[in-house]
Design a protein around this ligand. Sequence first.
Ligand code: MG
Length: 163
Amino acid sequence: MNIRVGTGFDVHRLVEGRKCVLGGVTLPYPKGPLGHSDGDAVLHALTDAVLGAAGLDDLGTLFPDADARWKNADSLTLLQHAVALALECGWRVVNADVVVATEGPRIAPYRAAMRANMARALGVDPGAVNVKGKSLEGLGALAGGAGVAVQAVCLLQGPPLAS
Ligand code: MG
């Protein structure tokens, strides 16, 4: 079996006046991720994990901030696009796992909805995608709800043989 693993990471500041969209779910929180797109750090990290595993360009290269097409873009669209590019190269998603480090919105009550969104975009069962929140223990610049940091890993299976 030919498999590849990819990793992704993203950080966004949480600011007032922005919808709090994470994992494709709008959370009831008074601040949201600042960004050119919807700022969904969960999906950005996951998208980079998919692209990384497939050996493709990264999120910032494929969907540049300077491109008006991606202003306020739904990050699920970006993830779906990345999965389609990977599929074109002969890779399909096996599973993915995500850690969301924040002291902003609570993640636990929305895990199931995030898993469902990500699974749909990745073309896998929800059981093959996981996500969990972690506290920052009051440490660092992201503490106190100032921001969100996300780590993602994704496994792809394909026919492409290593060159
Ligand atoms: Mg981002």
